[in-house]
Design a protein around this ligand. Sequence first.
Ligand SMILES: [Zn+2]
Length: 201
Amino acid sequence: MASEQSGSEERKDHLAGNDEKSISRSSALENFSFLKEVIRFDEETNEISAANTDWLILRGELLRELFDGFRRFLGREGANIAIKAAGKNSGRRFVDVLSQREIKLDEADMILSILLNQGGWGKVEMDIKRATKTANFSITNCVTARKIKSTEPSCYFLAGYFEGFCEKLFKVELECIETACEASGDLACEFQVKPKNASNS
Ligand SMILES: [Zn+2]
């Protein structure tokens, strides 16, 4: 977890230099540098590993095709439930990984922002309000909506991911709803996270 490295300044400038939010991002990069420093390719098993878990580089189209296949063969409603559940588990696991690396969870949102923004998921903005246990996420050019046309929001994996991520942070049962989606013609994919009881009232 030795995140303070001599090369951190150079890396920070390179990654955040042309971004208006470079100040807030740079502090998170120092904490997230563990990932860049521990990515390894095992030449015996051909496995990419980082932070004690396996990683994969794949085409965005493959992810969209996968979700589309689920909907065609399982039916839209059932597939969306399954996709959201998978996302939720993944979001929860991400917080577990941070915990295992002794990363402060009050910086988890910054780390998630870097992972999504630099990982190809789109331009992500997030507003996590710990006091009210609510959060808003906005993604433009979202990878799961890109090149998709739908009559309803379709980014169930990310909705589940944000739900699971925030549940682990807030330690309460939450619900995440995608209220706007680029796939259905909106300017951005918008996600609202709030306590489950509040959403039912
Ligand atoms: Zn969307």
